[in-house]
Write a protein that binds this ligand. Structure first.
Ligand SMILES: Nc1ncnc2c1ncn2[C@@H]1O[C@H](COP(=O)(O)OP(=O)(O)O)[C@@H](O)[C@H]1O
Ligand SMILES: [Mg+2]
Ligand SMILES: [Zn+2]
Length: 497
């Protein structure tokens, strides 16, 4: 009797698969069956779609209606299929000409009132549509700038199903009020992003965008730690900052992302896709083009740290810091389980999250910065303060950081408090972020030249064996390090790249 089809996108991690949505109307007892939808949220979709259609002033077909999403084998989660389901139904009912629907990809959740609401992952969904050769996508209006980052796709942003019906049926488009700003997202509580100091939400803080106002010029003294930050950025080395509270460890870590090179277009899209699936892109500035920074609290859940959650899996801190900086303040306070979970991303550059419907993979290549106090109370080894921790507690605290995690860290620096006199002398400003970033950029260029023809791009990626045989340090550069190694002393960071 009536048949129509249109398309949407299913996301698995940050990978999208175009899904065909077919609607079929047959005479018979009024019924609405959805097939190909293993996820519970899709059953709910049925009720939302029906209410949205009716509340858009359109009759719901009172016949036997079957809607199928294929391929059935693709795990489908989330609410982003609503818009496509509604339009396929209206195509089968001939409220919309089925011919205009078949080549369009539609992404969006429907409210019961018929408003089109944003879903996580618009960018990767539109990328997948473009890759599959589709040229037209419909998205919620507030996600249109994000969708428009994808080249060669024409994007239509709509506020309501009513508007979309009118556009597709070539009728006058009704006015709708714009959306009110979204609510904070409780699942991300415990994740701290720069500039927020608190949990961030769908439209919250400038999550992981560039943190203006954090300049290295603000850091008084700390020459060796500043050098370590620069070397970490230049060579892509993980960094361990060790020192008492108030020494400036957090301050230094926060200033590392801005020293890293800006992301290339390709990297930007990759990083933005992850933040899109997390629902953390601020509207109006959808492209993450600077190295992100993510500083999960040590009490953060495993889910907040590595990703997961019900329905469509969310990326965790390790992925939100992809191509940027993951800062673990007070690292020894993290649970062993949390620290162990970092091993996979550190080794593989991605995390794999097991789900009932299969596995989800998120990219997770980050520069890790660890910070630790010398002991639980933080006063150990300070001349002017007294540590109250029993020696066994100090040992246990320091031992938490031994092993596989520290093996990955190339740079370990002692950060001592600057004196009050030094702080008072603020007239003498250190080098600015811009100056250091400049040197980092040219160091990276030199490294790329040096490593041309090899599988590596930065010094940290080159195995030690290769370093010793093919890229010797200049004569004398290793003397101090070797001398200290013999004496068992931690070496001060020295820039050699
Ligand atoms: N070297 C420094 N230069 C300027 N301010 C500093 C310095 N070290 C510490 N501070 C001040 O002390 C505060 C605490 O530093 P913070 O980075 O939080 O220390 P830590 O993380 O080591 O406990 C900073 O916000 C800053 O105001
Ligand atoms: Mg701190
Ligand atoms: Zn102590």
């Amino acid at each position: 009797m009536g048949f129509a089809r249109t398309c949407s996108v299913a996301l698995v991690g940050v990978e999208g698969v175009v899904v065909e949505v077919q609607a079929d109307l047959e005479p018979g007892v009024a019924a609405f069956t959805l097939v190909g939808l293993p996820d519970k949220s899709l059953t709910e979709s049925r009720d939302r779609v029906r209410a949205a259609v009716v509340n858009s002033g359109t009759a719901w077909p009172s016949k036997k209606l079957t809607v199928g999403l294929s391929p059935a084998s693709v795990p489908k989660a989330g609410s982003g299929f609503d818009l496509a389901v509604a339009c396929a139904v209206l195509g089968a009912a001939e409220r919309i000409d089925p011919r205009v629907l078949s080549d369009i990809v539609m992404i969006g959740e429907l409210g019961l009132d018929g408003r089109v609401r944003p879903v996580r992952g618009t960018l990767p969904a539109v990328l997948a549509a473009a890759d599959a050769g589709y040229e037209q996508v419909v998205v919620p209006e507030c996600a249109a700038t994000e969708a428009a980052l994808v080249p060669n796709v024409s994007v239509l942003g709509v506020r309501s199903l009513r508007q979309l019906i009118a556009i597709l049926a070539d009728e006058p488009v009704p006015h709708e009020e714009p959306d009110e700003p979204g609510r904070p997202d409780p699942l991300l509580a415990g994740l701290r992003m720069p500039g927020s100091g608190a949990a961030t939400g769908m439209h919250g803080a400038p999550a992981a965008q560039q943190d203006q106002g954090h300049d290295l010029a603000d850091v008084v003294g700390q020459l060796s730690a500043r050098t370590a930050v620069e070397v970490a950025a230049a060579g892509g080395h993980h960094l361990f900052l060790e020192g008492p509270p108030g020494a400036g460890k957090t301050m230094l870590a926060e200033r590392l992302p801005a020293v890293l090179p800006r992301l290339t277009r390709e990297e930007s899209l990759e990083v933005t896709a992850v933040h899109s699936v997390a629902g953390l892109l601020p509207p109006g500035k959808p492209l993450v083009d600077a190295a992100p920074y993510c500083a999960p609290h040590h009490s953060a859940t495993m889910q907040a740290l590595v990703g997961g959650g019900p329905g469509m899996a969310r990326p965790g801190a390790v992925s939100l810091s992809h191509r940027g900086v993951l800062f673990l303040d007070e690292t020894p306070e993290f649970t062993t389980r949390a620290l162990d979970a970092l091993r996979q991303p550190l080794e593989a550059g991605h995390v794999v999250i097991a789900r009932s419907a299969g596995v989800v993979r998120f990219p997770a290549k980050f520069l890790m910065v660890l910070a630790a106090n010398p002991c639980p109370c933080g006063r150990f080894s300070l001349a002017d303060d007294f540590c109250e921790c029993p020696p066994s507690a100090v040992r246990r605290y320091q031992a938490r950081l031994s092993g596989p995690l520290l093996d990955r860290v190339d740079l370990r620096v002692q950060v001592d408090r600057v004196t009050r006199a030094q702080l008072a002398e603020r007239g003498v400003r250190g080098e600015s972020t811009a100056m250091v970033a400049d040197r980092v950029r040219s160091a990276r260029e030199r490294a790329a030249l040096r490593l041309a023809g090899s599988p590596w791009r930065t010094n940290s990626q080159v195995p030690g064996r290769e370093l010793r045989s093919r890229w010797h340090a200049v004569p004398g550069a290793m003397d101090e390090a070797e001398h200290n190694l013999e004496r068992g002393v931690t070496t001060r960071a020295t820039a050699t790249s």
